[in-house]
Design a protein around this ligand. Structure first.
Ligand code: SF4
Length: 400
């Protein structure tokens, strides 16, 4: 969706056309998925000044859509007069057909590997979800007594080389990088200080840059840093650090996805680190938002993918409850794409890349699909979720 709108806008500009553009991510789903997918796609375009009207399409009651759309546009509008960040685009970057930025691998970060999730923990906010552990946990000045089964990151001036830990440097400590033996070194770095750090980065391929921005034009600063790295031929991986203080998970999902959208679609993302400096949102939800952003951008799969329509006058069953039932039965099937669509008129076409589909065929009747093929027609609705499970089992895609 982002690529097609970027291309469309470019062609229209060349042809002197000035028609307004409407933006929406179709079949975005419900809950966290629906909010993150919509904010990632629509946000990526609005941040670049593309789009005149939007629809956030959710598989929920229609009245749930408007508040999400308003939050998104209001958040983007807050940045509309943010100061310009001086910087130059890298020649090799193609905004209309972006590919992933070329980076070298530092451990499990960068290169051809999927982006990592770096969690930011502090006292009182220090338990990740055991089902969905982040790849690294930054704890700053000290290690917790009870460590989870992932590498930890400590500030370089207190790091003593403890097993399975790595140091994080910043502007004040970066001159110590030459003296450190660590095999992976993290460097918190805002673009405006890159000039002072670039010689050090060039000497140390083991540095992973954590792009930091406290600037009102946060996207501009993150982007400018990556462009400058590309211009200087620096291929160290970059993790984007995004800082919030939200009390509602929905606000965090919308803002973080909108801030990451352009960075995901530009191909710049080797990792993501979300910090929400407010204990009212549990750590596991902040981390789930980070994983959700990577999945919505099709960069990393960590859960079952659902493609579900928002429903309309053609919907032939209770979409919200049915989607909840399908999710309850299949949410452990990481990597599978399951479509839940209200009708056979548009459903099969719009879930074309799903592995399995649950589609309304008539009042109280469901048809089941395997990829684009209809396998069972007109099953009574009350039996359809069980039949879907049977179909997934029959094809060897089920896990207990
Ligand atoms: S046309 Fe069919 S697939 Fe599209 S929103 Fe309506 S019910 Fe869903």
């Amino acid at each position: 969706m982002v690529k097609t709108v970027r291309l469309l806008a470019a062609v229209m500009e060349n042809e002197g056309m000035t028609f307004p553009l409407h933006l929406g991510v179709t079949e975005a789903g419900d809950g966290e998925d629906g909010r993150i997918k919509s904010a990632l796609g629509i946000g990526a375009l609005l941040c670049d000044g593309l789009g005149d009207t939007i629809r956030v399409s959710l598989s929920e009651a229609p009245e749930a859509e408007i508040p999400v759309a308003r939050k998104l546009t209001e958040y983007i509008a807050q940045h509309s007069d943010a100061p310009y960040i001086p910087g130059e685009a890298a020649e090799e970057f193609d905004y209309l057909r972006p590919t992933r930025r070329r980076t070298h691998a530092v451990g499990n970060i960068g290169g051809e590997q999927p982006p990592v999730v770096l969690a930011f923990h502090w006292e009182g906010n220090d338990e990740s979800d055991l089902q969905l552990l982040p790849d690294y946990i930054y704890t700053g000045r000290s290690l917790p007594e009870k460590r989870q089964a992932v590498p930890y990151i400590l500030d370089a001036d207190v790091w003593k080389g403890e097993a399975n830990t790595y140091p994080a440097f910043n502007y004040n400590t970066m001159n110590e990088i030459d003296n450190s033996e660590a095999t992976v070194k993290f460097l918190f770095l805002p673009y405006l200080l890159l000039d002072q750090a670039s010689d050090i980065i060039k000497r140390h391929p083991e540095i992973v840059i954590i792009s930091q921005s406290m600037h009102p034009n946060r996207l501009g600063e993150h982007r400018a840093l990556v462009h400058q790295l590309m211009k200087e031929g620096i291929t160290n991986p970059v993790i984007f650090f995004q800082h919030y203080a939200e009390t509602e998970i929905e606000d965090l999902q919308i803002k973080a996805a909108a801030d990451m959208g352009a960075l995901v679609f530009d191909g710049f993302t080797d990792g993501i680190c979300l910090l929400n400096q407010n204990n009212s949102i549990p750590t596991r939800l902040v981390e789930s938002t980070a994983f959700g952003i990577l999945q919505a951008g099709r960069l990393r799969t960590s859960k079952t993918e659902y493609i579900s329509c928002p429903g309309c006058g053609r919907t032939l069953f209770d979409l919200t409850n049915t989607l909840a039932k399908v999710k309850a039965a299949t949410s452990h099937l990481k990597g599978l794409k399951i479509g839940v669509m209200g009708c056979i008129v548009n459903g099969p076409g719009e879930m074309a890349d799903a592995d399995y589909g649950y589609v309304g065929a008539g009042r109280g009747k469901i048809s089941l699909y395997k990829r684009k093929e209809c396998i069972e027609k007109n099953i009574p609705e009350e039996e359809a979720v069980e039949k879907l499970i049977e179909l997934i089992k029959l094809n060897g895609d089920w896990k207990e």
